[in-house]
Design a protein around this ligand. Sequence first.
Ligand code: ATP
Ligand code: MG
Length: 211
Amino acid sequence: EASAGVEPQKKRLGVMGGTFDPIHHGHLVAASEVASLFHLDEVVFVPTGEPWQKSGRVVSAAEDRYLMTVIATAENPQFSVSRIDIDREGPTFTIDTLRDLQAIHPDADLFFITGADALEQIFSWRKAEQLFDLAHFIGVTRPGHTLTDPGLPPGGATLVEVPALAISSTDCRERVARGEPVWYLVPDGVVRYIDKRHLYAPAASAGALDG
Ligand code: ATP
Ligand code: MG
């Protein structure tokens, strides 16, 4: 078709970074809501690399976190998962994630999705000033955290309200360790994967509660 001076629309690519240890419905609803509100073509979930200390805790193997993220997102044609952070050496910095994604998708506009708690700390991230040149930042509400603007550059970020799910990976891990259910907090396939791999359970009791 002859163009009437209309430029082809740039692809709108959401980026959802996280440890995903495990991925839960709070992550999924945030990504889905932002995809809808911002008319995104796709949201790519990017599990962080390893080895990595988070609050003094060694996180689960990258491959387990990657596979849980794949299982959780597989049914949604708008969702995909990237290995870029788990395949890169060393600790994960969002600046590297965004640079790599921009190189892979030179024709896309990037929208980085982050919860209220993570957004608060954005200026402690490596090369914080340059982050806003690479992506538009979208801060989403999260129960237990106040969504405040930490001094974001004008036009560099948008704060939005998403359906409130008081779910955290920390709580999911603690529930599994106590033998409590995580059904309906994480997708069914992730419940089964955690069980199959004996994740989060004290080694001695792994499988002990099975029928
Ligand atoms: P942990 O308890 O291990 O820190 P988490 O639940 O915070 O896990 P992360 O993998 O740390 O999950 O989070 C990835 C991203 O998803 C972050 O930007 C975080 O703010 C956001 N996020 C996590 N849970 C929710 C939720 N329930 N609602 C909205 N955003 C969330
Ligand atoms: Mg967190």
